[in-house]
Design a binder for this molecule. Structure first.
Ligand code: GDP
Length: 190
């Protein structure tokens, strides 16, 4: 029978252990937040702006003896007002700040989103990733790989460039985040 450890995110279902992970996605409109959520969850891409149509999408990631049940939250258009409700951030174990590598303005805005995010999370608790999306558009790239890398390094963030359209590096990104969230949970449980 399923047993839940009170006050912990770790649920014991028979012998398997499942960790609930809330992951929020931030960034300017049009950078591909909903598309990434859809790629992570259903491994699909839609050319028009996908409407998630629910609070969050889910995906399960298995790491050796641990299963992580991701709840992937999309801003649902709130970012148009350059901020999102504090409720969105509450209890987030991971956050991705996304920019579009073909739009410099979105990279500038990503730095503002990172500052906004810093107001809401406890350092050392939330795993934060910086994501340069749309690598399938190399001919119109406006932000270099090095610029993204050095911004992430300066803030100690996970960094990856992805394409929600082709799926390039999207499962690697989710796996990377899963490993780090699991590591933090193990460190806290010790
Ligand atoms: P959001 O506003 O940040 O949620 O962005 P959407 O996911 O709605 O995507 C905005 C537009 O960019 C849509 O037309 C998507 O089809 C497109 N898009 C999203 N990701 C990619 C990508 O990796 N490559 C390309 N070429 N287009 C993308």
């Amino acid at each position: 029978m399923a047993e839940k450890k009170v006050g912990s995110r770790r649920e014991f279902l028979g012998k398997a252990s499942a960790l609930r992970v809330k992951m929020v996605i931030l960034g300017s409109s049009g950078v591909g937040k909903s598309s990434l959520a859809l790629r992570f969850s259903k491994d699909e891409f839609k050319n028009s702006s996908p409407t998630v149509g629910c609070a969050y999408l889910t995906q399960v990631v298995c790491l050796h003896d641990v299963t992580l049940r991701f709840e992937i939250w999309d801003t649902a258009g709130q970012e148009k007002y350059h901020s999102v409700t504090p409720l969105y951030y509450r209890g987030a174990h991971a956050a991705l700040v996304v920019y579009d590598i073909s739009k410099r303005e979105s990279f500038v805005r990503a730095q503002l989103w990172l500052r906004e995010l810093e107001k809401h999370y406890i350092p050392g608790e939330t795993v934060v990733g910086l994501v340069g999306n749309k690598t399938d558009l190399p001919n119109i790239r406006q932000v270099s790989l090095q610029e993204g890398q050095s911004l992430a390094e300066s803030k100690g963030l996970v960094f990856m460039e992805t394409s929600a359209k082709s799926g390039e590096q999207t499962s690697e990104l989710l796996l990377n985040i899963a490993h780090r969230v699991n590591q933090r949970t193990m460190d806290k449980d010790r």
